[in-house]
Structures are given as structure tokens and as C-alpha cells.
Design a protein around this ligand. Structure first.
Ligand code: FAD
Length: 410
């Protein structure tokens, strides 16, 4: 039975990067992927454009062990990841928000570059090989899977990803393997996902998109807020700012949750009140239901007026001062009760995983099992939308690949 220097389990972002790096360090490397081809999830990232890192990389965009995350990011700023891609011929470009994409704006270019760089470095890629057991032996590991196939490797890199978007990953997964090898796994929950709301207003606004400052509230206290486009759907709120709110749900413990939308963020409450008073003078016959027709998407404005309890048949001239004040309050704090994130299918990443306290952050080596390394989403780290999760996968894949490839030698 052939014995490899390094076996990488999982051919996603972290695994491909780790395998290429290990092979370049001179290690005989095999990459084992459960799907028929590596990189299926990578092809779906960034709506097929692959937002591969962000110029504003920093620990504030991640949840997990802050110190260990900072240590990894310090050694792998965005430039280092961009240089690693440019070294394999992939040109990158940043948009106005610092989000970095391949110059082609095609995720397929990223996968092609990584895959061919793996092959050129001599990585043996074994697809259709879902690993179901990894057993430590005196001088390495015995790996079984792929319908009874078995191989041996001196060192193993686990890069099996998480539970999000399960249709894009093989079913075998990596949490069971990590546990078999002595690691713990913290509670797992879907993150970067739409938020579910029982409010009928979501259904009434289905398909409507509008800009807002969205705040996540727990027992009425603000946990986090972010501005952006909110998209309404049957029983849910979505959009990048909502995804980023969903990633903060772990911090919201033991209380009713809500999202409050400030639909006119650029105006404070006094300015909104002044706008409505001026509107009353200029257009006294305007029906109350049309109060926000000039400021918000039409259906949105109608739902705000309804939620504020304004009688539809009344004209704006006949609205009382308290009715106008309610309209101001509602448009600045349009609240939706939240029951949790949408399921794994709709999530982009996993919150939770193998805790970083069980990992040496300078090499991604396991502190529980000699010869084992872990990388990517399998770890208890999740980042914001904007290239932060792939950045984590590349950075930890590079670190693990370097350390496993050298076999602990400097
Ligand atoms: C729709 C979508 C869009 C996204 N867009 C972005 C984006 O633009 N920017 C960004 O930063 N992040 C994005 N993400 C998140 C990002 O894709 C992940 O965080 C990243 O892919 C994680 O990399 P990974 O290598 O750890 O895991 P994965 O990419 O999930 O790779 C893990 C691989 O391991 C394989 N595997 C699992 N178990 C086994 C096993 N037992 N044996 C063999 N193989 C196994 C899986 O089949 C999979 O191929 C997006 C996610 C989704 C779902």
C-alpha cells in the first residue's frame, strides 16, 4: 500500500490551497475529495464571481477566538493571499468596497488556477473518495473511504468544510473525523443566512428590495447593526446586511429577537417629521396610505403606513399630530420579530466547529493529535460577507500546507 507524506481530506478552497502548498514543499501529497470533482462550492461563491478576499481583512470581521484569529490574519493579510494567486497566474481586482475578485469575475478561473497548480506541483487528486475513517498509527495515519479503499499517510490535513449549503459538499463531512482524532466540536448553527420572521408584512412585501439600516435586537437591546439592501421574501428577510446580522445570533442569548429597520437612514426623526409636515402643506389631499410614496418603494411605503395604524381613507391634511409622529417612529424603527436563521440549505457558512484553542495557530497543527492539521470552515471561525470566509480558508490552507509539507522541519 502506497504511503503518502501528506493526505489532504477535502478538495475545497482550503484543501486545494493546502495540497498545492504541501507538494511545493517537497511532500508527496494526495488530495481526497468526496464529490466527483473538487471545488464544487468554490464555483458557487460570490454569485459565480468568487469574492476571494477583502482589502480590509481584520479580526473584527470574524467570530471565534479573537487572539488566534488575529495571529493568523497578521501573517496572512489580503496582499499575501493576492500574491499567492498571482504566483499561479490569477490576476485579481478589487471593487470600491475592497472586495477582491478574480480579474475574469469568474469563480471557474480560481478553481482552474488552483487545480492545475496542484497538478503541476505533483498532487495526486482522488475524487469520489469520501473519507469515513482516519486512524492514527505509530508512524502516521490509516485512511479509509471511497468504498473500502484504504491508504496511509504520515501527516493528514483535515479541510472538510462545514454544514452550510450541503448540496455543494459530499455527505461524509469532517466533524466526525475530527472527533475520532480527539477534537471537540462546538455547537453548529447556520450563519450568513436569511432570517426567519413570522410577520405577515414579509409576505406582503415579497420581492421588494430597499436600503435600510438593519439592527439586530435581543430583548430590545441592539446587538449589531449594518446598512445595506434588505430583500423581503415569504417568512424571511434577506440581503448582505441581514446575512451579517445572522452571523451575530450566537451573541444574542435568551430573549425575543427582532430586526429593526431604519428605512430613512439619511434623515433623523426630526428631518422625517419636517418632510411630512412640508408634504402636508404641499399635497393636503394625498391619502395617508401614500404618505411615503415619494420616499420609499411604493409597497414598502404602504406597509409602513399600515403598520403605523394610519386610516387609509384619511387625507394627509386630516392626520393628527400623533398619527404623524407614529408614522415617523415606524419608518425609523420598522420592527420584525425573528425566530432564527433560515436552514443549512440557505446558509453560506457554519458558525461553530473545532475550537482554535485545540490548534497551534502558527502551523494549524492539532494540539490533540500529532501529525494532524486542520484548515478552513471546519474550525470554529466564521467571517462576514465580503471575502472573509474564503480568506480564512486560503490563509489556514497555506499555513497547514507549509507545516505539513515540511513535516515539522523549519
Ligand atoms: C453560495 C455560497 C456563496 C459563497 N460566497 C462566498 C464568497 O464570495 N466569498 C467568501 O469569502 N466566502 C463565500 N462563501 C463561503 C465559502 O465558500 C466557504 O467558507 C469556503 O468554501 C470554506 O472552504 P473550505 O475549504 O473550508 O470548505 P469547502 O469549500 O466546503 O470544501 C470542503 C470540501 O471537503 C469535501 N469533503 C467533506 N467531507 C469530506 C470527507 N469526509 N472526505 C472527502 N471529502 C470531504 C467537500 O465535498 C468539499 O469539497 C460562500 C458559500 C456559499 C455556500
Amino acid at each position: 500500500m502506497k504511503r503518502w507524506d501528506v493526505a489532504v481530506i477535502g478538495g475545497g478552497a482550503a484543501g486545494l490551497m493546502a495540497a498545492r502548498t504541501a507538494a511545493r514543499c517537497g511532500a508527496e501529497t494526495v488530495l481526497l475529495e468526496g464529490n466527483p470533482r473538487p471545488g464544487k462550492k468554490l464555483l458557487s461563491t460570490g454569485n459565480g464571481r468568487c469574492n476571494l478576499t477583502n482589502r480590509a481583512i481584520g479580526p473584527e470581521h470574524y467570530r471565534g477566538d479573537d487572539q488566534k484569529i488575529a495571529a493568523v490574519l497578521d501573517s496572512f493579510p489580503a496582499d499575501r493571499v493576492i500574491r499567492a494567486f498571482e504566483a499561479i497566474g490569477l490576476l485579481c481586482r478589487a471593487d470600491g468596497k475592497g472586495r477582491v475578485y478574480p480579474n475574469s469575475l469568474q469563480a471557474a478561473s480560481v478553481l482552474r488556477a488552483l487545480w492545475s497548480a496542484c497538478e503541476e506541483a505533483g498532487v495526486e487528486i482522488c475524487a469520489d473518495f469520501p473519507v469515513d475513517a482516519v486512524a492514527p498509527e505509530p508512524d502516521g495515519f490509516r485512511i479509509t473511504g471511497g468504498q473500502g479503499a484504504c491508504l496511509r499517510a504520515e501527516r493528514v490535513i483535515l479541510a472538510c468544510g462545514g454544514k452550510a449549503a450541503p448540496k455543494l459538499s459530499c455527505k461524509a463531512g469532517g466533524y466526525g473525523l475530527a472527533r475520532l482524532l480527539g477534537h471537540s466540536v462546538t455547537a453548529l448553527s447556520p450563519a450568513l443566512a436569511p432570517l426567519k420572521s413570522p410577520s405577515k408584512v414579509c409576505g406582503a412585501l415579497k420581492g421588494v428590495r430597499c436600503r435600510a439600516k438593519a439592527s439586530l435586537l435581543c430583548k430590545g437591546e441592539e446587538i449589531y447593526s449594518e446598512s445595506g439592501e434588505v430583500i423581503f421574501g415569504e417568512g424571511q428577510l434577506s440581503g448582505i446586511c441581514i446575512f451579517n446580522l445572522s452571523a451575530r445570533l450566537r451573541a444574542a442569548k435568551g430573549g425575543p429577537l427582532a430586526v429593526s429597520l431604519d428605512l430613512l437612514e439619511s434623515l433623523d426623526a426630526c428631518a422625517v417629521a419636517e418632510y411630512l409636515q412640508n408634504l402636508r402643506l404641499a399635497r393636503p389631499a394625498l391619502p395617508a396610505g401614500e404618505l411615503f410614496a415619494g420616499a420609499l418603494p411604493v409597497r414598502m411605503g404602504q406597509e409602513v403606513a399600515k403598520a403605523a395604524g394610519l386610516p387609509r381613507e384619511k387625507t394627509i391634511a386630516r392626520l393628527t399630530e400623533s398619527e404623524l409622529a407614529r408614522a415617523v417612529e415606524t419608518v425609523k424603527h420598522f420592527e420584525f420579530p425573528i425566530t432564527g436563521p433560515a436552514g443549512w440549505e440557505a446558509a453560506q457558512v457554519t458558525a461553530g466547529g473545532v475550537p482554535l484553542r485545540e490548534i497551534d495557530e502558527t502551523t494549524m497543527a492539532s494540539l490533540r493529535c500529532p501529525g494532524l492539521y486542520l484548515a478552513g470552515e471546519l474550525l470554529d471561525v466564521d467571517g462576514d460577507c465580503g471575502g472573509y470566509n474564503l480568506h480564512w480558508a486560503w490563509a489556514t490552507g497555506l499555513l497547514a500546507g507549509e507545516a505539513a509539507g515540511r513535516g515539522g522541519k523549519a
